[in-house]
Design a protein around this ligand. Structure first.
Ligand code: SF4
Ligand SMILES: [Zn+2]
Ligand SMILES: [Zn+2]
Length: 406
């Protein structure tokens, strides 16, 4: 198979686009898809400060890399969840990424800073672990963004994540959640704006991106992920995608196009009655917010300050404007000029990837071996389910809604 853009040998096939790409053109394709998502949904304006929710998984590290590469001022926030054997290496991958690029990484450690971990928090608050995890992440990212003066929080939800959540919400006709499943949640009611710049890119593509960029990431599954129903939804959609490539993207983007107002009234009603938590000030419908309750029940202290340093508040309107980031395609795959650059003719070698048009500082070499990325709708290479879950756990729930991982 040849690269659709430059006709050199392809290293990855994207069946939903009926196209293959060589390594440099694939990286350009990924950047273009992010630019297109940002522009289409007015996610981030130039000059705004972005806080990237990083878990150490492929999606969040790829997102951070892409945003930096596109010239955004993007800091990372990593939350140590206290999950033995999993959180430590996740933090190390994140730190290595940040150090290699000389970018700001804010770290919060649940046990060290707040006095609980996911297991103890879940048990004390009678939740499943992913619910306690999602609640904790949402609260801490929201608080960090507000206290740090960030304009927007970016999360690594990819197309597979969003399609699986949509599938689950439709199966249960959870209209309130459907109302909130948007690539952009505007800043309001004390919540920061949240964006999902990877919604046009599949999970497998994010794994390939990391391999080609030499980004080491956590490939192990979170031990708490067993039984998470979203994994089942992903499997079901992958089976459909296998038979009919492109269905997943059509499903999700069709929802954005046709279901924009689904549940809007419910969403409005849920916002009524919001008030500041009497302990931490976060918006909540009760006297005390769910995070403060959970931490107190677990014997911890919810009032620890998050070590963000408030940067300069960006000037200009909050609404996102057009982003210019080089040649941007307007179709589902880049059809415009792709920089020729040195195109590798064979399997992509591991280690620092020299990919012509991509520049993002040194990337750490690692144990990632990148031969041709196999085709297929299901994740190729190491695509840990937990990484997607960890990133996906950051969606903002409606005030008062029951907390789930998504
Ligand atoms: S699977 Fe994901 S959401 Fe669940 S506890 Fe682990 S990291 Fe958190
Ligand atoms: Zn090419
Ligand atoms: Zn609170």
């Amino acid at each position: 198979m040849k690269c659709r853009s430059c006709r050199e040998p392809a290293v990855i096939e994207l069946r939903r686009h009926n196209a293959g790409f060589c390594a440099p053109c694939f990286l350009t394709y990924c950047r273009n898809q992010v630019v297109r998502a940002v522009e289409e949904h007015k996610m981030i304006a130039r000059g705004e400060r972005v806080l990237v929710a990083v878990s150490g998984g492929k999606d969040s590290l790829a997102l951070w890399d892409l945003l930096l590469d596109l010239g955004y001022q993007a800091d990372g926030l990593y939350i140590g969840l206290g999950i033995g054997g999993y959180s430590e290496p996740s933090g190390e991958y994140t730190r290595s990424f940040a150090e290699a690029r000389g970018v700001t990484l804010v770290e919060v450690d649940l046990p060290g800073d707040f006095g609980y971990d996911i297991r103890s928090g879940a048990a004390a608050d009678h939740r499943v672990p992913c619910s306690a995890c999602g609640l904790s992440k949402r609260h801490i990212f929201d608080r960090a963004a507000v206290e740090g003066g960030y304009d927007v929080v970016a999360t690594g939800h990819n197309l597979d994540d969003e399609a699986a959540v949509l599938f689950g919400n439709l199966l249960h006709w959870d209209v309130a959640y459907l109302a909130r499943q948007r690539p952009v949640l505007p800043e309001r009611d004390g919540f920061p704006r949240k964006v999902k710049p990877l919604v046009r890119l599949a999970e497998r593509e994010m794994a390939a991106y990391c391999v080609l960029r030499g980004i080491d990431y956590q490939v192990e599954e979170c031990p708490m992920s067993a039984g998470n129903r979203h994994l089942g939804y992903k499997d079901a959609l992958n089976a459909v995608e296998e038979r009919s490539p492109g269905t997943k993207a059509a499903f999700y983007h069709g929802f954005l196009e046709h279901g924009a107002n689904l549940g809007a009234e419910i969403g409005e009603r849920e916002r009524e009655g919001l008030r500041p938590c009497s302990n931490c000030g976060a918006p909540t419908v009760g006297e005390i917010c769910a995070f403060c309750k959970l931490v107190r029940r677990a014997g911890g202290n919810p009032n620890r300050r998050i070590p963000v340093s408030a940067g300069p508040v960006s000037a200009g309107p909050v609404s996102a404007g057009p982003v210019s980031a080089g040649p941007v395609s307007t179709g589902p795959v880049p059809a415009g000029p792709v920089p020729a650059g040195p195109v590798s003719a064979g399997p992509v070698s591991a280690g620092p990837v020299s990919a012509g048009p991509v520049s993002a500082g040194p990337v750490s070499a690692g144990p990632v071996s990148a031969g041709p990325v196999p085709a297929g709708p299901v994740s190729a290479g190491p695509v840990p389910a937990d990484a997607a879950l960890a990133d996906a756990a950051l969606a903002t729930p409606a005030p008062g809604a029951k907390e789930t991982a998504k």
